[in-house]
Design a protein around this ligand. Structure first.
Ligand code: ADP
Length: 543
């Protein structure tokens, strides 16, 4: 027997409609790419998204299923494009400008993107790349007539003129909630990048999940700033969770240095924000240099994308009075998988014990299921010690890649193998020990590169650290620690080793510590272990 409740497809434009009807005056503050601070609200954003929805169909020939790419910073315009394009059953494919030209060309061609919406920043990039993108019909430059550049781009369209052609009273169509609406490629550290195709249903459910009390706990009283870009795994849902909660949005635009982020946090009276650790390192460094500055509005900071070092967490919690939520996820999961919030049991732990748990990546909210298994798929115990392959399931987890490539990560029971290695403790907190391909295998045992890095970064004078396994005649692999010194510091190999001693098992001790000017990063801000292993390909341990 079926229930007698209304059919209400979970379509993302319903999120914006809700925000416009019930939080219409709530502000969206952005740093415009052209420079000034721009203010709008949900009522206006909804009207402009509807006008855009109308215009992209009439002028650009967009139809349900058409894939439209964006290369853009977090601003109100980027939000309008998400809602306007998704709202007609078309798909927004976010492009990461930090990818190499070859990868970008591959991704755009593989996805068969029809139009590219680009911020002014990336016009020169596409002028160079466009000949390698033969299927792209044209480019919409996200600015007004006054700022429209002279450009050799094919079919350049001015964004504000495009919107002006549309009808702000355009009625959103209704369609199946399983319709595709968003697309993002993984960075493809091994093999070609793979496309993840989100649906309206998965995005709405994921947006709700992230707003839950034991997730980011977003409410209509929050002012939320996604520093994590909309081109990096959906800005961790914030462009959906914010409007569905009626939270005010603060969009940082193109400037992500410490001073600019501080300015937006302060001007925007931001209560919750989210980004990868490197962004917070820059902010904390800026605050250290300007000790009179405080963060009086900031209640909590979501940190993920790579493991959050203890030093960053402690600085926010103990020095600035803002809580930190450590989160883990991936593009294939929309992206949120776990968040390090306090469970009732964990709340009973003494402070020092809780800190050990807080440093882990956290617990899954409703709609994410997870397990760790051995190599033959047997589930492993939740004892906080046993490492296993981390596998996940849920309505906002991919079940296949676009065009079916790389599908061996999905098993017949619907579990997706994340490629991460993790432990789960008795309280249900998951801790990433490594990406499967980065774990250091010494004498048949595993050493967690992430743990080595996190501890090393606590050594004074160390700015950034990366541990990689290099071949060793006796032990198979041994750890090499690569360190960037803080400006002005002369921290030595011996200082770093002395700091590690006693904090890790003796056999985890790096065989050597080397200092470099810079550690290479991937397009999503992670340490590029692949590049480091290449860089140190000829390195040999002396003993
Ligand atoms: P890409 O794979 O394209 O770099 P993703 O954001 O999808 O981008 O990367 C997901 C991976 O990032 C995860 O599988 C995990 O290895 C790593 N990761 C994400 N968050 C954390 C975290 N809090 N701690 C450790 N690793 C993390």
């Amino acid at each position: 027997m079926l229930g007698l409740m209304q059919d209400f497809p979970l379509l993302v434009h319903r999120v914006l409609d809700h925000a416009a009807r019930w939080h219409g005056d709530t502000e969206i503050v952005s740093r415009a790419v052209e420079g000034p601070i721009h203010r709008t609200n949900y009522r206006e954003l909804n009207a402009r998204s509807r006008a855009l929805a109308d215009a992209v169909q009439k002028r650009l020939g967009v139809k349900p299923g058409t894939i439209i790419a964006t290369m853009a910073w977090n601003t109100w315009r980027h939000m309008e494009i998400w809602y306007g394009v998704m709202g007609v059953g078309a798909i927004v494919h976010t492009l990461n400008p930090r990818l190499f030209a070859d990868q970008l060309a591959y991704i755009v061609n593989h996805a068969e993107d029809q139009w590219i919406f680009t911020d002014l920043t990336f016009v020169p990039l596409f002028e160079k790349l466009q000949d390698r993108l033969p299927k792209v019909r044209g480019f919409v430059v996200m600015t007004d007539r006054a700022h429209m550049p002279e450009t050799t781009l094919r079919n350049p369209v001015c964004y504000e003129e495009l919107i002006a052609e549309g009808d702000a009273g355009f009625e959103w169509p209704d369609f199946d909630e399983n319709t595709a609406c968003g697309m993002c490629y993984t960075s493809g550290t091994t093999g070609n990048p793979k496309g993840v195709l989100y649906s309206h249903r998965s995005n709405v459910l994921h947006g709700l999940m992230c707003a839950l009390g034991d997730a980011m706990a977003i409410s209509g009283r929050d002012r939320i700033m996604p520093v994590v870009p909309m081109f990096h795994a959906n800005a961790w849902s914030i462009a959906f969770s914010g409007p569905l909660s009626g939270a005010s949005m603060v969009m940082p635009g193109a400037k992500l240095d410490g001073a600019s982020i501080y300015e937006m946090l302060n001007e925007g009276k931001v209560t919750i924000t989210a980004a990868v650790p490197t962004v917070w390192l820059m902010l904390l460094h800026y605050l250290e240099q300007n000790p009179h500055l405080k963060l009086p509005h900031l209640d909590r900071v979501v940190i993920g994308g790579s493991a959050c070092p203890e030093a960053i967490m402690k600085a926010f919690v103990e020095h600035y009075g803002s809580d930190v939520i450590h989160a883990w996820g991936m593009t294939e999961m929309s992206p949120i998988g776990t968040l390090g919030v306090k469970s009732a049991k964990a709340a009973e732990l003494p402070s020092a014990e809780w800190w050990k748990v807080k440093l882990k990546q956290g617990r899954p909210p409703f709609m994410v299921d997870m397990k760790i298994t051995d190599d033959v798929g047997k589930s492993l115990p939740h004892d906080g010690r046993t490492f296993g392959r981390l596998k996940v399931k849920g309505p906002s987890v991919a079940r296949s890649y676009f065009k079916g490539e790389g599908n061996d990560a999905f098993d017949a029971q619907g579990w997706f193998d994340t490629g991460d290695v993790a432990t789960i403790d008795e309280y249900g907190y998951m801790q990433i020990t490594d990406r499967a391909k980065d774990v250091i295998k010494s004498g048949g045992e595993w050493i967690s590169s992430i743990e080595l890095e996190n501890i090393a970064i606590g050594c004074s004078g160390v700015q950034e650290a990366a541990a990689i396994g290099l071949p060793h005649p006796k032990w198979d692999e041994r750890p090499l620690l690569v360190v960037v010194r803080k400006p002005g510091s002369n921290v030595s190999r011996e200082d770093v080793l002395a700091h590690l001693k006693g904090r890790i098992a003796n056999w985890w001790m790096p065989d050597d510590v080397v200092f470099v000017e810079e550690i290479p990063h991937t397009a999503t801000g992670k340490i590029s272990k692949l590049a480091l292993r290449e860089q140190f390909g000829d390195y040999r341990f002396t003993s």
